[in-house]
Design a protein around this ligand. Structure first.
Ligand code: ATP
Ligand code: MG
Length: 576
């Protein structure tokens, strides 16, 4: 119920429309309630008394009733759809905005497709809870109460007899409600699996094809689909069981009415018209009861989706700004790691006691075996993660004391894998600084040695690159990433060099672009290129999360330690 109240919070801004819709619904419901009353008059006044005038009146009244009902039914349907759709849009935006703010650690452990499913399938499932259900709950409750009042009016003893089934019905509904919520949860999970598989296999289509695993993927997808079908059918089974059961209970009440009501008519306590009207109310009553029970089932399903949506909203970013965080003033670019330790998971330390300092304009190269923690060091500077001990300082400011925006604005990042968006090359570069002019973009491209290949493309800067920029070669992608960083023009640069080797010619142009990028900035480079390493002011050799050697290229070679070994391995053409 808590989740439902929470959902209603999103409806609150639209309460005026909600009230209007409720009024429309009440009018429509009242018109429904008038019909049996008229039928009583038909039987008792028209048919029994043979009154032609009354018959004409009744015909006109029925016409009016259905006209009014049509207008107001339209009104509430339209208004409620408006509210429901609006609320869905609001929630989706809220969840998306929240996801954008969550820290990397949250995304590390989750399937992209499953998150996408929360924003699409789960949010859509909420719609039934909001639109269809609130509408119907109000409408059916009005009909329910109105019918009971009319029945009491007609024959209170008979009404009491009917109400005996109420506890039976409510117990049944509650019992099934719990089961339906559980199966609803399973449905949403299996839908998320479908989305996750789609997302992964389409994003990884190159791998699928290169290993010729299409059939394997189809089979995996078939199984996931079947599980989804199973979950859906389980939920459908429970939902479908509920209505007939409730109807059966309602039939018991109808039998009681026919028997006891018939007895009353025979004994002159009730007119035939009244009994017929009573019966219609009772059948009318069965309708809302049955409808309310299926509504209850839908609400349970929607609540299962709501749980999943709210679980995202309840997630707190692990990297949080302190309330007293200050704006980092424009920096000179002094970077210091002070006795830094870090672990992604508490039990597994990744970095231990790292200490070093880069003066403004210096280049620090991080080298070491794969998995030693180089990229992790690079991740700590822009505060993608928080250190577990020690501190990272920029110009003497602890990165945890300044706002994330002001920190990241002054740090440029060229990641190991270039990520490009599915839009024009220009938009991709402009991502570095949204208000850059075309001339500035051109200058950045020129400095990144990217002008020539872009000019050769049919639409130049306006060429649209596909998902992840796969129309471009590895070297071209890297140069676009460099242009992006140049456009941003940060004082501090974090560069995770791509491990994938380029051919000598591309290597030369990329290196040339990188050299230009490094000029005048403090750079922390996870270095794989020998030329970058040789030019660094300080080389840190990292092994299993510790700095094991430090110095310049010549110093480290002379020491004949780990660096010397890595270097000679590389000389023999082996990857490090
Ligand atoms: N997001 C993460 N969550 C948990 N553990 C991680 C995460 N990223 C990296 N690790 C672990 O931390 C350790 C260091 O990883 P890191 O990526 O820093 O290595 P690296 O030195 O950059 O290696 P490479 O040269 O191959 O890029 C590894 O053992 C890795 O398994
Ligand atoms: Mg790495």
């Amino acid at each position: 119920m808590n989740d439902y109240l929470r959902l209603l919070q999103y409806v609150k801004p639209y309460w005026r429309r909600g009230v209007a819709a409720a009024l429309c619904m009440i009018v429509a419901a009242v018109t429904t309630l008038l019909v049996p009353w008229i039928i009583r008059d038909i039987v008792d006044d028209v048919l029994t008394a043979k009154n032609m005038m009354a018959l004409n009146l009744i015909a006109v009244a029925i016409l009016l009733i259905f006209f009014v009902r049509g207008v107001f039914t339209f009104g509430h349907g339209y208004l409620m759809s408006y509210i429901g759709n609006r609320v869905i849009i609001d929630i989706r935006l809220r969840v998306y905005a929240h996801l954008q703010r969550l820290s990397l650690a949250y995304f590390d452990r989750r399937k992209t497709g499953s998150l996408m499913s929360k924003l699409t399938n789960d949010v859509n499932a909420l719609q039934t809870a909001i639109v269809d259900n609130i509408v119907d709950i109000v409408k059916e409750s009005v009909i329910l109460l109105g019918s009971i009042v009319a029945m009491v009016w007609l024959h209170w003893k008979l009404t009491l007899l009917c109400l005996v089934i109420v506890p039976l019905v409510s117990t049944t509904i509650r019992y099934f409600g719990r089961k339906i919520k559980r199966s609803g949860r399973r449905v949403q999970e299996s839908v998320a699996d479908v989305t996750a598989h789609l997302q992964e296999s389409i994003a990884g289509i190159r791998v699928v094809k290169s290993f010729h695993r299409e059939a394997h993927e189809i089979e995996r997808f078939r199984q996931i689909n079947e599980r989804n079908f199973g979950a859906l059918m389980k939920a459908a089974q429970q939902t479908s069981q509920l209505s007939p059961l409730v109807e059966f209970l309602a039939a018991l009440a109808i039998i009681a009415i026919i028997w006891y009501g018939g007895w009353s008519v025979i004994h002159g306590e009730l007119t035939s018209g009244e009994l017929i009207a009573f019966l219609i109310y009772a059948i009318n009553l069965a309708n809302p009861v049955r409808r309310l029970s299926s509504l209850y089932a839908n609400v349970q399903k929607a609540l299962a989706a709501a749980e999943r949506v709210f679980s995202v909203l309840d997630e707190e970013p692990s990297v949080r700004e302190r309330p007293q965080a200050v704006v980092l003033p424009p920096v000179a670019g002094r970077v210091e790691f002070r006795d830094v330790s870090f672990a992604y998971e508490p039990s597994k330390p990744v970095l231990q006691g790292l200490g070093f300092c880069a003066e403004p304009g210096q280049t620090i190269a991080l080298v070491g075996p794969s998995g030693s923690g180089k990229s992790t060091v690079a991740n700590l500077l822009p505060r993608f993660y928080d250190v577990t001990a020690g501190a990272v300082l920029v110009d003497g400011h602890d990165v945890r004391d300044v706002t994330l925006a002001s920190l990241r604005e002054q740090i440029g990042i060229v990641p190991q894998e270039t990520v490009l968006f599915n839009t024009t090359i220009e938009e991709n570069i402009r991502y570095g600084r949204l208000d850059a002019t075309e001339a500035e973009i051109r200058a950045a491209l020129a400095a990144a040695n990217a002008e020539s290949f872009i000019d050769e493309m049919p639409d130049g800067l306006q060429t649209v690159i596909g998902d992840r920029g796969l129309v471009l070669s590895g070297g071209q992608r890297q140069r676009i990433a460099i242009a992006r960083a140049l456009l941003k023009n940060p004082r501090i640069l974090v560069l995770d060099e791509a491990t994938s080797a380029l051919d000598t010619e591309s290597e030369r142009v990329v290196q040339d672009a990188l050299d230009r990028l490094l000029i005048g900035r403090t750079a922390m480079v996870v270095a794989h290129r020998l030329s970058t390493i040789q030019r660094a002011d300080l080389i840190l050799v990292i092994d299993r999360g510790r700095i094991v050697e430090r110095g310049t290229h010549d110093e480290l070679l002379a020491a004949e330690g780990m660096y010397y070994n890595l270097y000679t391995l590389r000389q023999q053409g082996e990857p490090t």
